[in-house]
Ligand binder design. Structure first.
Ligand code: PLP
Ligand code: NAG
Length: 555
């Protein structure tokens, strides 16, 4: 008996040992497999960095719980930001509950006029990068009229608003033609570039899931791709691979894209151009990879929109013209996002997403045949949508027309070329600033050339002069996305930039004379981005961003 039990126990222990050995071996195999995967994708140093980063993030989330009070630096910046964003005018009242009795039209209009006239960065004087792309009075009043006429409309009821359905279909057709849509090409309108990108990623994910059985979807994007791709990855649970865009051309590194492609890849991405530097990625090479591996390729023309499409006709070089272009002429390109509310000059809340064929578009549709509310179908994120904005978009496209867009392309890209030429040739600017890559469209990004001047100090000086340019990170740089209003004031921009650089040089000289190396006070932009770049910095910066978003809802 005893010996039998002992034997039994021994067997059990032995057996447990065997199981645990198998588990250990399996675990080790997985680790080795993962390590091999990481090293083959990111190289040895890249892998170490990623491991360090993920361990660091884990520790930090323990060390800095979300509720921890913010550091001093960003508390100060946040206070200044709040002061700037929330204008507390002692003469104007806040309204936190409904008025007991409705106001008269005159009262409402008076208050609207005050809100409209609040102290703001002057886009009207052409001092703002991007943001307001046209701003002309004639176009604005046409749009207002169109919006007014269709303000009750909702494309979810095409029988009630047949005119809106017609306009929406025509907007898609017109934009499809601009980007050389193939026969069978289709599209949808959306509320903006972010929604267009979200939908392109969702359709690619679900297509791969249904047709190829991909359960762990991944997409490969340039590190300069728009934040909307990161949002899509987060919302739709797609693993993201960011590929570096190295100097000197700052285009996505094609070899790295190729190495990252695997059976889980559902989408490749390129920008034409990207937001940070206005650089067009190597779309022909991405297209080759897409065709060879049978993977969809999205080209983000949200920003480029009606400017990148008209470069050739406006007399500028068009990206990859000799290699078949950057749009549907490339066989690998399966979807393109185009923001009609950027250089299409439509009112905000308009964008178009184009697909090579309807097999892609069908995957973004949402259909609930047996809903208790009746069979339901909607093409994109929203249910009800503002038909008024579609009318505003259609009116803008028709009023401006091809000749109008060619003329504005000439004006806007011409201004970008003027800034570029000034930075390359002006005696003060060329010694101290350099251009990031070779921009071909409407955005010019520049940075301090030799590190003598801090790029962010120039950004702060320009802000103090009333400019709203964009400060970029990794590498630190500033950009201006030219629009119709800012193209008209490019000469003032150049001369203010010259003053800003001269001023910084002067300050450096002064500091040298005083001998104080540490006497430089970091400005707001430096302080803000100075925090970032490290693991703990990103946590602090995220908390700061949370504070910023909270500020938006303070009454
Ligand atoms: C503006 C932009 C988008 C989309 O932004 P929205 O603000 O959602 O319209 C996407 N990609 C690029 C390159 C952009 O500049
Ligand atoms: C609708 O159909 C799906 C299956 O297609 C089912 O799972 C679901 O319960 C149905 N819902 C209703 C309200 O009938």
């Amino acid at each position: 008996m005893t010996s039998l039990r002992t034997l039994n126990q021994t067997w059990r222990i032995h057996n447990f040992g065997l199981v645990s050995n198998i588990i250990t071996a399996f675990f080790l195999l997985r680790c080795i497999n993962k390590l091999y995967y990481n090293i083959s994708k990111y190289g040895i140093f890249g892998s170490i960095k990623r491991i360090y980063y993920s361990i660091g993030l884990g520790i930090l989330s323990i060390k800095y719980p979300k509720t921890k009070t913010r550091g001093n630096v960003d508390k100060q910046i946040l206070a200044r930001l709040e002061e700037k964003l929330i204008q507390r005018d002692p003469n104007s009242k806040g309204y936190l509950t409904l008025p007991k009795e409705g106001w008269s039209v005159i009262e409402v209009n008076d208050e609207l006029e005050k809100l409209h006239a609040m102290d703001h960065t002057r886009w009207e004087d052409g001092r703002v990068s991007g943001t307001v792309y046209h701003g002309g009075d004639d176009l604005l009043s046409l749009q207002t009229e169109a919006i007014g006429k269709f303000s009750v409309s909702n494309p979810i009821h095409p029988d009630v608003f047949p005119g809106v359905r017609k306009m929406e279909a025509e907007i898609v057709a017109m934009v499809l033609a601009l980007f050389n849509g193939p026969s069978g090409g289709v599209g949808v309108t959306t509320a903006g570039g972010t929604e267009s990108i979200l939908m392109a990623c969702l359709a690619a994910r679900d297509k791969a899931s249904v047709e190829r059985g991909v359960t762990n979807p991944e997409m490969i994007i340039p590190e300069t791709a728009h934040a909307a791709f990161y949002k899509a990855a987060k919302y739709f649970n797609i693993k993201l691979h960011e590929v570096s865009c190295p100097a000197p051309d700052y285009k996505v590194d094609i070899l790295s894209v190729r190495r990252l492609i695997n059976r889980n890849t559902v989408l490749l991405v390129g920008s034409a151009p990207n937001f940070p530097h206005g650089i067009v990625d190597d779309i022909p090479s991405l297209s080759n990879l897409a065709v060879k591996n049978k993977i969809p390729l999205h080209v983000d023309c949200c920003l480029g929109s009606f400017v990148v499409a008209f470069l050739k006709q406006a007399g500028f070089p068009s990206p990859y013209e000799d290699e078949g272009g950057f749009d549907f002429r490339q066989p690998g390109v399966t979807s393109i996002s185009v923001d009609t509310h950027k250089y299409g000059f439509a009112p905000k809340g308009n964008s178009v997403l184009l697909y090579r064929d309807r097999s892609f578009r069908n995957y973004q549709y949402f259909i609930l045949p047996n809903w208790s509310g009746g069979a339901y179908a909607s093409p994109s994120m929203a249910g009800s949508r503002p038909g008024a904005l579609i009318a505003g978009c259609w009116a803008s496209l028709m009023a401006i027309g091809e000749s109008g867009y060619i003329a504005t392309c000439r004006q806007i890209v011409g201004a970008a070329k003027n800034l570029e030429r000034a930075i390359l040739n002006d005696p003060i600017l060329c010694g101290n600033l350099c251009i990031i890559g070779h921009p071909m469209v409407s955005v010019v990004a520049f940075a301090s050339k030799n590190g003598q001047i801090d790029t962010y100090d120039i950004a702060d000086t320009m802000s103090a002069k009333g400019w709203h340019l964009n400060a970029l990170q990794s590498p630190p740089a500033i950009h201006c996305a030219f629009t119709k209003p800012s193209a008209e004031s490019v000469d003032v921009l150049v001369s203010d930039l010259r003053d800003a650089v001269a001023n910084e040089l002067h300050k450096i000289e002064e500091r040298k004379i005083k001998g104080g190396i540490n006497s430089r006070q970091p400005g707001d932009t430096s302080a803000l981005y100075g925090i970032g770049g490290s693991i703990s910095g990103n946590v602090v910066l995220s908390q700061f961003a949370e504070g910023f978003l909270d500020t938006l809802y303070k009454t």
